[in-house]
Design a protein around this ligand. Structure first.
Ligand code: INI
Length: 171
Protein backbone atom coordinates (compact mmCIF):
# COMPACT_ATOMS: atom_id res chain seq x y z
CA UNK A 1 0.00 0.00 0.00
CA UNK A 2 1.21 3.49 -0.84
CA UNK A 3 0.88 6.13 1.85
CA UNK A 4 0.08 9.57 0.49
CA UNK A 5 0.85 12.61 2.65
CA UNK A 6 -0.73 15.97 1.86
CA UNK A 7 -1.29 19.20 3.76
CA UNK A 8 -4.83 20.41 4.43
CA UNK A 9 -5.72 23.99 3.56
CA UNK A 10 -7.31 24.90 6.86
CA UNK A 11 -5.81 27.70 8.90
CA UNK A 12 -7.96 27.39 12.00
CA UNK A 13 -5.89 28.09 15.12
CA UNK A 14 -2.79 29.07 13.13
CA UNK A 15 -0.63 32.09 13.89
CA UNK A 16 1.11 33.22 10.69
CA UNK A 17 3.63 36.03 10.30
CA UNK A 18 4.00 38.07 7.11
CA UNK A 19 7.25 39.86 6.27
CA UNK A 20 6.58 42.40 3.53
CA UNK A 21 8.83 45.00 1.90
CA UNK A 22 7.92 48.65 1.45
CA UNK A 23 9.91 49.09 -1.80
CA UNK A 24 7.39 49.15 -4.69
CA UNK A 25 4.64 49.31 -2.08
CA UNK A 26 1.98 49.90 -4.75
CA UNK A 27 2.62 46.22 -5.61
CA UNK A 28 3.54 44.80 -2.19
CA UNK A 29 0.43 46.35 -0.61
CA UNK A 30 -1.67 44.34 -3.09
CA UNK A 31 0.30 41.17 -2.32
CA UNK A 32 -0.35 41.76 1.37
CA UNK A 33 -4.08 42.23 0.70
CA UNK A 34 -4.08 38.94 -1.24
CA UNK A 35 -2.27 37.06 1.53
CA UNK A 36 -4.61 38.41 4.23
CA UNK A 37 -7.64 37.57 2.11
CA UNK A 38 -6.43 33.99 1.65
CA UNK A 39 -5.64 33.46 5.35
CA UNK A 40 -8.95 34.90 6.53
CA UNK A 41 -10.92 32.86 3.98
CA UNK A 42 -9.21 29.74 5.31
CA UNK A 43 -10.27 30.32 8.92
CA UNK A 44 -7.25 32.17 10.28
CA UNK A 45 -8.35 34.67 12.91
CA UNK A 46 -7.41 38.25 11.89
CA UNK A 47 -6.05 38.92 15.39
CA UNK A 48 -3.60 36.03 14.97
CA UNK A 49 -1.79 37.53 11.97
CA UNK A 50 1.32 39.68 12.50
CA UNK A 51 2.71 41.84 9.68
CA UNK A 52 6.35 43.00 9.72
CA UNK A 53 7.37 45.73 7.24
CA UNK A 54 10.98 45.88 6.01
CA UNK A 55 12.56 48.47 3.67
CA UNK A 56 13.23 46.25 0.62
CA UNK A 57 13.36 42.68 -0.69
CA UNK A 58 17.03 42.51 0.34
CA UNK A 59 16.05 42.82 4.01
CA UNK A 60 13.31 40.16 3.90
CA UNK A 61 15.38 37.00 4.58
CA UNK A 62 17.24 38.23 7.67
CA UNK A 63 14.06 39.40 9.35
CA UNK A 64 12.11 36.32 8.24
CA UNK A 65 14.66 34.07 9.95
CA UNK A 66 14.54 36.09 13.17
CA UNK A 67 10.73 36.09 13.15
CA UNK A 68 10.65 32.33 12.47
CA UNK A 69 13.15 31.66 15.27
CA UNK A 70 11.00 33.41 17.89
CA UNK A 71 8.94 30.22 18.02
CA UNK A 72 5.77 32.35 18.22
CA UNK A 73 4.58 31.78 14.65
CA UNK A 74 3.47 28.71 12.70
CA UNK A 75 4.82 30.00 9.38
CA UNK A 76 6.40 33.07 7.80
CA UNK A 77 5.16 34.43 4.47
CA UNK A 78 7.65 36.67 2.64
CA UNK A 79 6.25 39.24 0.22
CA UNK A 80 8.13 41.67 -2.01
CA UNK A 81 8.40 43.09 -5.51
CA UNK A 82 11.63 43.46 -7.45
CA UNK A 83 11.26 45.20 -10.79
CA UNK A 84 14.05 45.24 -13.36
CA UNK A 85 15.48 48.67 -14.00
CA UNK A 86 18.36 49.89 -16.12
CA UNK A 87 21.00 48.79 -13.57
CA UNK A 88 22.27 45.35 -12.48
CA UNK A 89 20.79 46.12 -9.02
CA UNK A 90 17.77 44.02 -9.97
CA UNK A 91 19.89 40.87 -10.36
CA UNK A 92 21.57 41.29 -6.96
CA UNK A 93 18.41 42.13 -5.07
CA UNK A 94 16.24 39.45 -6.67
CA UNK A 95 18.76 36.63 -6.42
CA UNK A 96 19.90 37.41 -2.86
CA UNK A 97 16.32 37.75 -1.72
CA UNK A 98 15.36 34.38 -3.25
CA UNK A 99 18.49 32.62 -1.94
CA UNK A 100 18.06 34.20 1.49
CA UNK A 101 14.44 33.10 1.85
CA UNK A 102 15.40 29.56 0.81
CA UNK A 103 18.24 29.59 3.34
CA UNK A 104 15.98 30.90 6.10
CA UNK A 105 13.54 28.08 5.35
CA UNK A 106 16.31 25.51 5.76
CA UNK A 107 17.61 27.02 9.00
CA UNK A 108 14.41 27.22 10.99
CA UNK A 109 11.67 24.87 12.16
CA UNK A 110 8.64 26.49 10.53
CA UNK A 111 7.82 27.00 6.83
CA UNK A 112 9.24 30.20 5.34
CA UNK A 113 7.43 30.90 2.07
CA UNK A 114 8.71 32.87 -0.91
CA UNK A 115 6.16 35.32 -2.28
CA UNK A 116 8.44 37.84 -3.95
CA UNK A 117 7.37 38.99 -7.41
CA UNK A 118 10.28 39.47 -9.81
CA UNK A 119 9.26 41.22 -13.00
CA UNK A 120 10.83 42.88 -16.01
CA UNK A 121 8.27 45.68 -16.07
CA UNK A 122 5.84 47.44 -13.78
CA UNK A 123 3.01 46.08 -15.93
CA UNK A 124 4.16 42.48 -15.33
CA UNK A 125 4.36 43.12 -11.61
CA UNK A 126 0.84 44.59 -11.60
CA UNK A 127 -0.39 41.50 -13.49
CA UNK A 128 0.90 39.28 -10.65
CA UNK A 129 -0.50 41.43 -7.86
CA UNK A 130 -4.20 40.88 -8.31
CA UNK A 131 -4.93 41.48 -11.98
CA UNK A 132 -4.29 39.29 -15.05
CA UNK A 133 -2.06 36.64 -13.48
CA UNK A 134 -3.73 36.28 -10.10
CA UNK A 135 -2.22 37.45 -6.84
CA UNK A 136 1.14 36.01 -5.77
CA UNK A 137 0.47 37.07 -2.18
CA UNK A 138 -2.69 34.95 -2.13
CA UNK A 139 -0.73 32.04 -3.67
CA UNK A 140 2.08 32.36 -1.12
CA UNK A 141 -0.45 32.26 1.74
CA UNK A 142 -2.02 29.09 0.25
CA UNK A 143 1.44 27.53 0.11
CA UNK A 144 2.02 28.54 3.73
CA UNK A 145 -1.20 26.81 4.84
CA UNK A 146 -0.30 23.63 2.97
CA UNK A 147 3.31 23.52 4.20
CA UNK A 148 2.35 24.31 7.80
CA UNK A 149 -0.09 21.39 7.78
CA UNK A 150 2.59 19.14 6.25
CA UNK A 151 5.25 20.13 8.81
CA UNK A 152 2.74 19.43 11.55
CA UNK A 153 1.79 16.11 9.98
CA UNK A 154 5.42 15.01 9.61
CA UNK A 155 6.27 15.88 13.22
CA UNK A 156 3.23 13.86 14.33
CA UNK A 157 4.58 10.93 12.30
CA UNK A 158 7.93 11.30 14.06
CA UNK A 159 6.40 11.40 17.53
CA UNK A 160 4.03 8.49 16.87
CA UNK A 161 6.94 6.35 15.62
CA UNK A 162 8.88 7.22 18.80
CA UNK A 163 5.92 6.06 20.91
CA UNK A 164 5.41 2.85 18.93
CA UNK A 165 6.68 -0.28 20.72
CA UNK A 166 10.05 -1.41 19.40
CA UNK A 167 10.21 -4.80 17.76
CA UNK A 168 12.45 -7.18 19.67
CA UNK A 169 15.40 -8.43 17.72
CA UNK A 170 15.50 -12.20 17.29
CA UNK A 171 18.51 -14.32 18.26
N1 INI B 1 14.12 46.52 -3.33
C1 INI B 1 12.98 45.91 -3.72
O1 INI B 1 12.26 45.35 -2.87
N2 INI B 1 12.62 45.92 -5.02
C2 INI B 1 13.40 46.51 -6.00
O2 INI B 1 12.98 46.50 -7.19
C3 INI B 1 14.60 47.13 -5.60
N3 INI B 1 15.44 47.75 -6.60
O3 INI B 1 15.21 47.55 -7.79
O4 INI B 1 16.38 48.44 -6.27
C4 INI B 1 14.95 47.13 -4.23
N4 INI B 1 16.08 47.71 -3.79
C5 INI B 1 16.33 48.02 -2.40
C6 INI B 1 16.92 46.85 -1.61
O5 INI B 1 15.96 45.82 -1.43
C7 INI B 1 17.40 47.29 -0.24
O6 INI B 1 16.32 47.74 0.52
C8 INI B 1 18.46 48.39 -0.28
O7 INI B 1 19.52 48.01 -1.15
C9 INI B 1 19.06 48.63 1.12
O8 INI B 1 19.72 47.46 1.61
Amino acid sequence: MTWIHEGKLDGEGLKPAIVVSRFNSFITGKLLDGALDCLERHNVNTDDIDVFWVPGAWEIPALALRVADTGIFDCVICLGAVIRGETPHFEYVSSESAKGVAQAAMLTDVPVIYGVVTADTVEQAVDRAGTKSGNKGFDAAMTALEMTALYDHVSNLESSSEEAPQEEEGD
